[in-house]
Design a protein around this ligand. Structure first.
Ligand SMILES: O=C(O)CCC(=O)C(=O)O
Ligand SMILES: [Fe+2]
Length: 361
């Protein structure tokens, strides 16, 4: 199984002070080199930008929905502007998460990953069982919805005192935004909003599953820039991801046509990406894109990635509406949600992608 390692005193010291030599476990020069070319600073390109205000404007909605659709089909990634998330809620979660990561290790380890709490808690992200390498990053992972799945023992209570309230509020805001966004994705896919929304939310409006990974990528110094990895290349295994970047420090890169495209954070925007389950639901119309994080030499970077899970009647499968009549055949075999989660965890540990085993063509 993929494990999550605790952050040790030695690692915390490494993340705080610039040092000449870093331990072997963080040195991954081969991986960095093998990962391929990054699109240069001087090259002009623009990750798709989708504007929620335009989606909601009756005059502009049709063309903006087409833009949203093409972003999900061509990139699996876009920046979302004018998303309508309450500004105070955004500021509170940013401040709380930044403050959490600034706390002393002892305070952070009060909510550390531990044997009886599964994947939740503070530590490194996932490390494949086969690897002794560690990411240049620390991560607090928590389940946020349904509310009864919360493990409050792992929600920081005092470091900082604003944390719990900020996360609760942000969880509701992102749930609402996801719901709005899915309505437009349904229109683009040509399915009823109820069908797509029903995969993500239960009747009373609660999310079937919402979780959050809060990340901090410490500055790695010029010397170590080409050796360390923030998060290795992966796709997100759930339905949809909404990413908040606490500031404009770059680091996220998206794979397209054999190269890495750096995301240049737009002020106030959220980054949205299609996960593996959404690729399956859309019967392959939308693509879940490979992405990774590269630490910055001089600046630390803090992000909040919120994930929404999705399934229909306990099964991960293409939406039935997309297969009805016509020529469409299922490009993915249906798999029980329990089997999907177990399979994802197992292939993640082996460094593979469970989604590939579901493809029928
Ligand atoms: O921090 C980021 O920019 C991306 C995080 C991410 O890819 C993830 O949590 O799956
Ligand atoms: Fe991701």
């Amino acid at each position: 199984m993929a494990g999550r390692n605790k952050i040790t005193d030695a690692t915390a010291a490494l993340f705080t002070d610039s040092v000449d030599r870093i331990p072997e476990t963080f040195i991954r020069t081969d991986e960095v080199q093998a990962a391929g070319a990054v699109v240069g600073e001087d090259e002009t390109f623009e990750l798709p930008v989708v504007d929620m205000a335009s989606l909601l404007d009756p005059k502009l909605s049709a063309s903006e929905t087409a833009k949203l659709g093409s972003a999900c089909r061509e990139w699996g990634f876009f920046q979302l502007t004018n998303h309508g998330v309450d500004e105070e809620a955004m500021q509170q979660i940013k401040d709380s998460v930044v403050e959490f990561f600034r706390s002393p290790l002892e305070a952070k380890n009060a909510v550390a990953v531990r044997g009886d709490a599964g994947i939740q808690g503070f530590g490194h992200q996932f490390s494949p069982a086969s690897s002794d390498k560690l990411d240049w990053a620390e991560c607090l992972l928590l389940f946020t919805q349904p509310v009864q799945d919360r493990n409050m023992d792992l929600w920081p209570a005092t470091s900082p005192p604003t944390f719990r309230h900020a996360l609760e509020r942000y969880s509701v805001e992102i749930g609402d935004l996801t719901r709005r966004l899915l309505g437009f994705m349904a229109a683009d896919l040509g399915v009823s909003p109820a069908a797509l929304l029903g995969a993500f939310f239960v009747g009373d409006g609660a999310a079937k599953g919402q979780s959050v990974s809060m990340h901090h990528y410490p500055a790695c110094g010029r010397r170590h820039r080409d050796k360390v990895v923030g998060i290795p290349p992966h796709t997100d295994t759930l339905g949809l991801t909404l990413l908040l970047q606490a500031d404009d420090t770059p680091g996220l890169q998206v794979r397209r046509a054999g190269r890495w495209f750096p995301v240049r954070p737009l002020p106030g925007a959220l980054v949205v990406n299609v996960g593996d389950v959404m690729e399956v639901l859309s019967n392959g119309a939308y693509g879940s894109a490979l992405h990774r994080v590269v630490p910055h030499a001089e600046r630390g970077r803090t992000t909040v990635a919120m994930f929404h899970d999705a399934y229909v009647d306990g099964v991960v499968a293409p939406l039935p509406e997309l297969l009805r009549g016509g020529e469409a055949t299922a490009r993915y075999r249906a798999v029980g949600k329990v089997e999907y989660d177990a399979g994802s965890a197992e292939t993640l540990a082996a460094g593979g992608r469970f989604l590939d085993s579901l493809k029928t063509m």
